[in-house]
Ligand binder design. Structure first.
Ligand SMILES: [Zn+2]
Length: 210
């Protein structure tokens, strides 16, 4: 199983365009255009997998991202967040993984804050969860995607081995839902801290969309 306490021993983290990163808003390139990310076919989840370091749900759906079509492939979770914004971790980061017909990956990361109420869809995922097992699930998470997305765009990598580069990232800071402290605790109790440390930005440019 992936050991988050010994990240230096992970294989293949040798590139210069690794993820996650710490984003400093003052150093971003401000875009004049809105962020072109829209769900065009519902994100429908069919299967829930305990992979030991997180819970991963696979399904189907589609999105338009910068005027290109992508299939929605899977969603999984990191607590606390992997991306750090102006020195701040969020309690939860949701990764919506997309792939197009020639294998290019875009991960839409939702940085989720703590609030008063449970998120109902996360609650259903927690209720379905069975230690070490794969379970059927029927859940539509399309409305996790903000209708007017605000956040950052940059080029990075997978955040788990093989840490492959060439992955495009949309890191969104305005999901329209929160999760409760009790739900945050659930992730920590089952998986511990499962966030990769921020990696050097090197000469990459981060774009800000708002
Ligand atoms: Zn992830």
């Amino acid at each position: 199983m992936l050991d988050y306490k010994n990240q230096a021993k992970w294989p293949n983290g040798f590139g210069s365009q690794q993820s996650p990163i710490e984003i400093k808003t003052a150093q971003t390139l401000k875009s004049k255009e809105p962020l072109d990310y829209h769900v065009v076919s519902d994100y429908q989840l069919h299967q829930e997998v305990d992979d030991g370091t997180t819970v991963r749900l696979t399904g189907e759906g589609a999105a338009r991202i910068f005027n290109r079509e992508y299939h929605f492939v899977q969603v999984h979770f990191h607590a606390p967040s992997e991306h750090v914004i102006d020195g701040k971790h969020y309690p939860l980061e949701i990764h919506l993984v997309h792939q197009n017909d020639i294998g290019q990956l875009v991960v839409v990361a939702l940085l989720v804050s703590a609030g008063e109420l449970d998120d109902e869809k996360l609650q259903q995922i927690m209720t379905t969860y069975e230690n070490g097992k794969t379970e059927p699930v029927d859940l539509n998470i399309s409305d996790w995607a903000p209708w007017y997305p605000v956040g950052f765009h940059y080029l990075g990598s997978l955040t788990t081995p093989p840490l492959t580069e060439g992955v495009e990232w949309l890191v969104l800071t305005n999901p329209e839902f929160t999760i409760s402290d009790r739900q945050i605790d659930w992730f920590h109790q089952h998986f511990g801290d499962d966030n990769r440390d921020p990696q050097p930005l090197n000469d990459r440019q981060v774009e800000l969309y708002k």
